[in-house]
Write a protein that binds this ligand. Structure first.
Ligand code: ACO
Ligand code: OAA
Ligand code: MG
Length: 277
């Protein structure tokens, strides 16, 4: 049921999971279901990501064949520990693209880091392939590896989150935060989401449709913020036309970091709309 209607919820992307939310005896059925969903006309307008099983499992290669042939936009690698994991997956994706006649390089990749070993390798992982659109944290597996559990403050995840952000930004790709597992705890979700937005993450994996609007609303600027950003971008354009590097807007200096931030606000307004004051 979820596969047949998840496009209606207006998430930024829909991620089908073949890995840890699918029990072993359903792996083949799930793969077939996802293969067909990817080709359904109703998913054409949606960015599709599929989390496949790792290549060193007995399901990984079959998953990848179905997902690339089905035309997924992005393959999510679970439990990425090394840059080699990314390269191995990329080699197989390229082979399948050629074999099935898809343009070489058309399938993107997103590497989830879910272990202490992976976090130590975050920089190498983030630079392992030109196909990588981003890297992500998988916190449930990560805290298991650390021998702790998740807390509301997320102290135990701070090092991993900062490592992922640093590595992603240095590589020029996106950084995505992990799931918040309590689907009915809106306050807890919002607390964590505000924290990861402040750290600099581009977004977050969600497990339940109720979390979509909460996250969009958090990332969406207010009308005042959007208008201010527009004024900054307009002032910058006027300054550039006059050959000036720095300009003042209502007495405040507007230079290139301020302009970049204003562009991000406008981008988020376009993606997520506006939130109430
Ligand atoms: C550690 C990890 O690996 S996490 C990543 C893998 N796991 C997942 O992705 C889990 C996906 N999410 C879920 O299975 C469920 O949302 C749960 C188990 C967390 C909560 O289940 P429920 O309490 O039954 O969900 P809820 O009652 O809110 O569902 C409401 C509606 O949303 C739909 N829905 C719920 N979750 C999703 C989802 N992730 N994607 C699409 N639709 C969904 C339900 O089918 C239901 O639709 P309906 O009203 O048409 O019947
Ligand atoms: O990647 C995620 O956010 C979900 C996951 O597998 C984990 O937390 O271990
Ligand atoms: Mg995991």
């Amino acid at each position: 049921a979820m596969v047949s209607n998840s496009f209606i919820y207006q998430a930024d992307a829909v991620m089908f999971d073949l890995e840890d939310s699918v029990i072993l005896r359903e792996k083949d059925a799930a793969r077939r279901l996802v293969f067909h969903a990817l080709q359904h006309p109703l998913y054409r307008e949606t960015e599709t990501i599929v989390r496949v099983n790792a290549l060193d499992s007995i399901y990984g290669l079959a998953d990848l064949e179905a997902v690339v042939r089905g035309g997924a936009n992005i393959v999510r690698l679970p439990k990425t520990d090394t840059a080699q994991d990314v390269s191995d997956m990329e080699t197989e994706i390229a082979r399948i693209e050629v074999q099935c006649g898809r343009p070489l390089g058309s399938t993107g990749m997103l590497a989830a880091i879910e272990s202490a070993r992976g976090i130590t390798q975050a920089v190498q992982i983030a630079n392992a392939s030109a196909r990588l659109i981003g890297i992500a944290l998988g916190a449930e597996d990560y805290v298991r590896d650390l021998r702790t559990e998740r807390s509301p403050e997320g102290t135990e995840l701070l090092f991993a989150r900062c490592s992922i952000l640093q590595a992603a930004r240095a590589a020029g790709i996106q950084a995505f935060d992990t799931v918040y597992s309590q689907a009915n705890n809106d306050a807890g979700f919002l607390h964590e989401a505000a924290h990861i937005k402040q750290l600099g993450f581009d977004g977050k994996s969600l497990i339940n449709p109720r979390q979509i609007e909460l996250l969009h609303n958090l990332y969406a600027p207010t009308l005042a913020e959007r208008d201010h950003a527009q004024a900054v971008v307009d002032a910058a354009a006027a300054a550039e036309a006059e050959g000036l590097g720095v300009v003042s807007l209502n007495g405040k200096m507007v230079d290139s970091p301020v302009i970049e931030r204003a562009r991000l606000v406008l981008q988020r307004a376009a993606l997520s709309g506006l939130r109430d004051e």
